[in-house]
Design a protein around this ligand. Sequence first.
Ligand code: HEC
Ligand code: HEC
Ligand code: HEC
Ligand code: HEC
Ligand code: HEC
Ligand code: HEC
Length: 430
Amino acid sequence: MQNNMSHFSLKSLFGAVFLFFAFSFGLKAQDAAKIFKQNCAVCHALTDQKLTGPGLAGVFDRVQPGSMTKDAWLHSWIKNNEKLIKSGDAYANKIYNENGKAAMTVFESLSDKEIDDVIAYIKAPPVPTTTGPVTTTGGDVVAAEEVKGGIDPLYLLLGSIVILAIVLGALRSVRHSLQNSYNRREGKAEKPEITFGEEIKEWIGSHRRLVGVFVIIIAFGGMKSCWDACYDLGVYYDWETQKGYHPEQPIKFSHKLHAGDNEIACQYCHNSVEKSRHAGIPTVNVCMNCHKGIQTGPQYGEKEIAKIYAASGFNPKTGVYDAPENPIKWIKVHTLPDHVYFNHSQHVVVGKQECATCHGDVKKMTTVEQKTPLTMKWCIECHRKTEVAMEGNAYYDRMHKALKEKYKGQYDVKFTVDKIGGLECAKCHY
Ligand code: HEC
Ligand code: HEC
Ligand code: HEC
Ligand code: HEC
Ligand code: HEC
Ligand code: HEC
């Protein structure tokens, strides 16, 4: 038993030491990645690709350091390449000339340790992960995982807890054996060893109130973070990659030219926006109302307008529709998930909201891009602060009277959308 226990403490000690090194190595790798990003990445890729400087893949194999070690050569090159070139070092002069005498920055500002860390980093760079938006079959853009150097603070926390538990375990065995040797000396009976679990149970039994408080705090914390997560719904990260999403469309249709310069009303083309939940994308027949006549454009000549004819089966030479139709496949820019209900006419007609509030200044866009996050948080924040346009709105006349009655005596009450139920889950979710 005794043997077993000291074995256990030794093992946990090794474990703790190992974890400590693993973590400090993780941190070091992160630092080096940062140094590289801040100082070197403008001129060097970690692959074969040449930027201003050569790609650094395999650099450790190709340097010919003369009498120095490769590490020492790299160190003095990075620290002060000018000095090394002036000293007449053969390899330094060779790469200097091969790169058209492009100057690399001098890094006297970096400490020796930082330079060594960067060299270690160049030798074994992390496996690259793909970034950038990924298009799913639904056509909406999902956030790709950011490439992050270093470790997540969560792992750090978990690591600390593991280490703490191990240290506690070790201390516990030490205490137990001390207690027993004390008992032996005093001639008392040795206390039988109880398991960790039993000990915890015993402890909880004698500290009920404290444990109760802890459980409540943790439960509340859990609920709060669930709520926050619900409210945000990864909004921030999604939005960062989705911001300004503007796919190339099959025809170079410009809102700037049509809705801006030629002042065609939005509703001319998005003619269901005031009548239904969908704004709608115009069919090719709507385009043909004008383009039967307008056969050339200011920027692309006949080329782009010809695509309208191909789609509608129109022959501009003869002026008859004699070819098969072939609908234009516009790519959707704004998308909400299927479980969300959003209604244009309610917002545009009843709510009196401008297109530009949610879509930005479309009149100035050559290709439409997403200007707002379209997340739940975004919807809710507007509902919290936007007042319902009630005055002179028949639909609300009765409700307005009722609300006035309800809040009588309380001046300065704003009838924002949340007060008419704009935060109820079922209003927006099927
Ligand atoms: C302003 C651009 C620039 C920056 C910044 C820069 N380098 Fe360079 N580096 C070069 C050029 C150019 C060369 C090729 C030699 C020459 O022309 O001086 C080079 C060469 C090298 C070489 C030798 C490559 C080989 O093929 O043998 C290494 C290693 C190197 N740089 C590491 C670094 C590191 C590490 C940093 C950041 C601490 C860094 N460089 C920052 C431009 C740069
Ligand atoms: C001449 C017809 C026409 C007019 C006028 C017009 N649009 Fe469009 N709109 C289109 C077409 C075609 C598309 C689909 C191609 C695209 O996204 O560019 C579109 C797409 C859009 C989209 C993106 C839809 C999506 O995929 O999410 C928005 C938002 C939009 N229009 C808003 C407006 C606003 C606001 C106005 C008025 C300022 C306006 N449009 C005027 C034809 C028109
Ligand atoms: C109300 C009339 C009207 C409608 C409807 C209309 N356009 Fe146009 N379109 C114009 C005008 C005006 C021009 C500019 C002609 C000029 O300046 O020479 C134009 C130009 C164009 C050009 C040429 C761009 C360039 O720079 O070469 C394209 C492409 C085009 N429209 C596509 C469409 C598409 C697609 C639709 C249907 C979704 C559509 N238009 C609907 C009036 C219209
Ligand atoms: C309160 C915010 C809001 C306002 C105001 C608004 N839109 Fe939208 N619009 C959206 C959202 C959200 C979507 C995405 C809808 C979906 O995916 O179901 C969208 C989608 C669209 C689309 C793509 C086709 C469709 O029906 O889904 C068009 C076109 C469009 N809007 C045009 C307009 C025009 C034109 C106006 C002004 C007359 C306007 N919108 C006003 C929020 C708004
Ligand atoms: C620019 C501000 C704004 C944004 C953004 C907005 N709304 Fe609204 N919303 C309103 C206004 C104003 C009304 C009140 C319309 C009315 O009077 O019925 C409203 C009403 C509603 C209602 C009806 C509520 C009720 O109690 O009748 C629903 C459902 C709704 N919005 C869904 C959404 C969804 C889903 C989104 C996000 C995709 C969204 N809204 C984004 C301003 C906004
Ligand atoms: C004003 C409109 C609105 C209200 C009210 C609303 N939601 Fe949402 N909700 C949305 C929108 C829009 C999305 C889509 C967000 C996105 O795509 O990022 C969403 C997404 C969600 C999702 C995520 C589903 C997914 O695909 O990731 C959950 C869960 C959710 N809502 C729950 C709720 C609950 C619970 C309530 C009531 C407390 C609520 N919502 C009230 C608009 C609303």
